[in-house]
Each structure stands twice: as structure tokens, then as C-alpha cells.
Ligand binder design. Structure first.
Ligand SMILES: [Zn+2]
Length: 302
């Protein structure tokens, strides 16, 4: 850690997906992280699970900081459960892994917990959530913890909980290997180059003061760097391919991804618009995705 970045002017001034892949090769071998999931008997299926039991105390391993943390798990609400299913369906659409909801915690790759503020809120600090991607290597699963009480304290209605939404997306992002914005392994979650509309991994709120409600294009592209784009690991066609773009993991052309995904529309349902096509390939283009996804809570409000 000899190269610490101290001077403000030494930081890059342009956004890059590399900044949220800042763990890769520094704190986390992102290729190994992927293989930890892909090499299991379930192959490229990633099983996710949500806590639906009674309120109870559970010990969650949080390596690297404080070891084991006792949380008070609370049942994921029905609407949040459905929301999470939509999120994973959307990730499934863009990323090569198949995200599969299961009921058996012992089979889960990703374990999602909602909690009270127990042990996470004190007089001096609030931990909105955490995820432990490093556990994939040791334990074969990753815990994703969302402190629902912390989000509720910052203003929430039955239909609209921007803090909790943001925390869940952010921690799932960590679980899948994304870092906070940063460079050279230095963690810069408050880096003013970004807000949460640029990347869900930023701590900064956008100008309207409300955290982004979904991953940005940059987030999706960064996740594709780790996991591959949907369809990217399919065997190439057996007949001759005339420079048809190839199907390599590093292909980041959104239109092409749509073509090879071949699903026509999102598998996810209902409340969200199915128009997820980005306007251009501006790496952190946020406006289109924000419009198609986070407009739904507003529309639902009379
Ligand atoms: Zn974080």
C-alpha cells in the first residue's frame, strides 16, 4: 500500500467503470470470485435466498472488519421480495449467470437479510448494510445485509423507500464484486466525481437528494466485466461467422447483447417498464435507465 492517493488533483477527472472494479486484483480476484460460483455443481446458476422467517438474532460473518456480527433478522416484506425478484431478473437479462430464487438457505449463493437496527445503529454511527463478497471463497456464499430500520428512519412510505432500495442494490453490487468508486485500491465512496445515479456504488446523492433506484449503465457494464454479458459464454455458431461481433465476455455493445440474449423482453414483470434500452453508449449514461425504472413509484402515487 505504498501508493496512497492523497492529493485531490491526482485523481482522474473522468468517470470509468474501472473505478467500481477497483477491488478486482487488489482486494478481490474477480475472476476467482466468478469461478467460485461458476465452478459449483450448479454451474452458471446463482441461487439467491431471502429471509422470510420470524424476527430473530443471527450471526453473520463479516470478514476483514469485525469478524462475526449479530444481526436481528426480520422478514423481507412481500413487496420487497417481489422487488428483489425483479432486480435479479433484470441482472439475469444482462449478465451471463442465471439467478435462481430458492427457499433452501443451505443451497444459496447469495443470502439476503433485512434487519432491524440492532448492532448496526448506535448513537454515533449507522451502518446501512454490508455484504461480504470475500466469503464466497471461504464459505461458498455471500451474505447481503440491509438495515431496513436505517432506511426507514430517513423517510419511507409503503411504496417508496429510496434509502433501502439503494442499500439493497449497493450491497448486491458488492456481493457481485463491485467496489465503491476508487482508484489503485483506494476506497473513495464519497468521491465527488460520482453520485448514485452515476453508479449505485457511490455514497453521494444526486442533486435531487434522492438516491438512484436502480443500477446505472456503468454498473451493468462493470458487472459484465466480472460476470460476462448474457450469452457471452455460449459456444459460437458452428457455421462460419462473418465477423458477427463475436461472443466474448469483453463485448460491451448493449445492442449486441440484446441480439444474442434473444429474449425480446425482460423476464421481470409488472410494475417496471420493459424499455431498458439505453440511448447511447455513454459509459455512465444514467438518464434513460432512471426514467424507465424509477418512474414507477412516482406513477403509482396518485
Ligand atoms: Zn458499500
Amino acid at each position: 500500500m505504498a501508493h496512497s492517493v492523497t492529493a485531490e488533483q491526482s485523481l482522474p477527472t473522468e468517470q470509468s467503470i474501472d473505478h467500481i472494479l477497483n477491488w478486482c486484483g487488489v482486494l478481490l480476484d474477480c475472476e476467482t470470485h466468478r469461478e467460485n460460483f461458476f465452478s459449483r455443481p450448479t454451474g452458471q446458476q446463482i441461487f439467491y435466498w431471502m429471509y422470510a422467517g420470524p424476527t430473530q438474532l443471527v450471526n453473520i460473518n463479516r470478514r476483514g472488519t469485525s469478524g462475526s456480527v449479530e444481526i436481528e433478522a426480520i422478514q423481507v416484506r412481500d413487496e420487497d421480495y417481489q422487488w428483489a425478484v425483479d432486480v435479479f431478473d433484470t441482472l439475469d437479462y444482462y449478465l451471463e449467470p442465471e439467478f435462481v430464487l430458492i427457499n433452501d438457505i443451505n443451497q444459496a449463493d447469495l443470502r439476503l437479510w433485512g434487519t432491524s437496527g440492532h448492532n448496526l445503529i448506535s448513537e454515533t454511527s449507522t451502518l446501512f448494510g454490508f455484504a461480504t463478497p470475500f466469503n464466497a471463497d471461504e464459505k461458498g456464499y455471500v451474505d447481503v445485509v440491509v438495515n431496513v430500520e436505517a432506511g426507514n428512519l430517513s423517510g419511507v412510505t409503503a411504496d417508496f423507500a429510496p434509502e433501502n432500495t439503494n442499500t439493497a442494490l449497493h450491497e448486491i453490487g458488492h456481493a457481485l464484486g463491485l467496489s465503491h468508486p476508487g482508484v489503485y485500491g483506494k476506497d473513495l465512496p464519497n468521491w465527488e466525481l460520482y453520485d448514485s445515479e452515476d453508479t449505485i456504488m457511490s455514497y453521494n446523492k444526486p442533486e435531487d437528494g434522492i438516491h438512484a433506484g436502480f443500477y446505472s449503465e456503468g454498473d451493468i457494464l462493470a458487472l459484465q466485466e466480472i460476470w460476462g454479458a448474457e450469452g457471452s459464454y455460449k459456444a459460437p455458431p458452428q457455421s462460419e461467422s462473418k465477423g458477427s461481433g463475436g461472443s466474448t465476455p469483453e463485448n460491451n455493445d448493449i445492442e449486441f447483447i440484446y441480439a444474442i440474449a434473444g429474449k425480446g423482453k425482460l423476464k421481470g414483470n409488472t410494475k417496471h417498464s420493459t424499455n431498458y434500452i439505453f440511448d447511447g453508449l455513454d459509459v455512465f449514461g444514467k438518464k434513460v435507465l432512471t426514467k424507465s425504472l424509477s418512474s414507477s413509484p412516482a406513477q403509482a402515487t396518485p
